[in-house]
Design a protein around this ligand. Sequence first.
Ligand code: NAD
Length: 292
Amino acid sequence: MQLLDGKLVSAAVKEEIKQQAILHKNNGGKQPHLAAILVGNNGASETYVASKVKNCSDVGFKSSLVRLEENVSETELLATIEQLNTNADVDGILVQLPLPKHIHEEKIINAISPEKDVDGFHPVNIGKLVLGLPSFIPATPFGIMLLLKHYTINTAGKHAVVIGRSNIVGRPMSILLSQNTEPGNCTVTLCHSKTKNLKELCLQADIIVAALGKPGFLTADMVKENAVVIDVGITRVKDESKKSGFAIKGDVDFENVAPKCSYITPVPGGVGLMTIGALLMNTLNAVTKNKL
Ligand code: NAD
């Protein structure tokens, strides 16, 4: 079993981004600038946004954080997005999800200019992704593809089972793995909460991507020998032994699944770190218009 080390690979990805940003600037280009909007003070969202801002400075990007009150109106939020859309100094915009219940998430995502939508959630970017056209790819599946590429995992012709069909992880992951690319060219089964024979399907899988948000859901009896297992799950579970009062748990019962795998991602230290690397890559691409 080999660990797919998100810490190591994201560090390499970040170094490459840093060098490309320097090169771009030396050629007369501008410094990439990511603007993040954070509504309210959800603990996990605060942590994610703080990490994104810190990572921007690590690679020499400029970042701005726009904080809005929990009770901000949808109209005010849309106006903030419009300001960033028209600000020529801002290259990438992200609105940290989830948003408070009174705000219509889809309306907010649709308001972000597709050229600045570095999260890759806008329908224009999702549409391009489906068609195999250059686009911003949602950061988590993009990060997973970078991880598979780094370890030169042979995916062509393999059966991949993706558990979870969310618009930000599972569905785009299934599209990327099925594309005629390397990595890619998998035969993909996309599973969800209504899937009946999940264990049976998982046992046929060469690659499993678990993205459902249920700690320890994927157990050893669901995984065949030598499978590649990617754990996307991040759930805060109460843990008195931790200073924070919680531990981060993935969707895979790592201890028992890992011995059966050829490759597996740890949680933490796997997909989460790659997600940030991919977001930075999208922001760089927004500036250089590379691959877009
Ligand atoms: P979501 O809640 O939007 O979607 C969950 C999906 O899982 C749904 O499509 C649902 O049908 C499916 N599901 C639920 N129960 C199931 C079951 N018993 N069997 C099969 N499918 C089932 O979640 P999401 O936003 O896609 O996130 C999934 C997990 O990934 C969460 O833990 C989230 O925190 C984590 N996440 C991690 C990163 C990262 O950077 N590592 C990024 C995004 C999300």
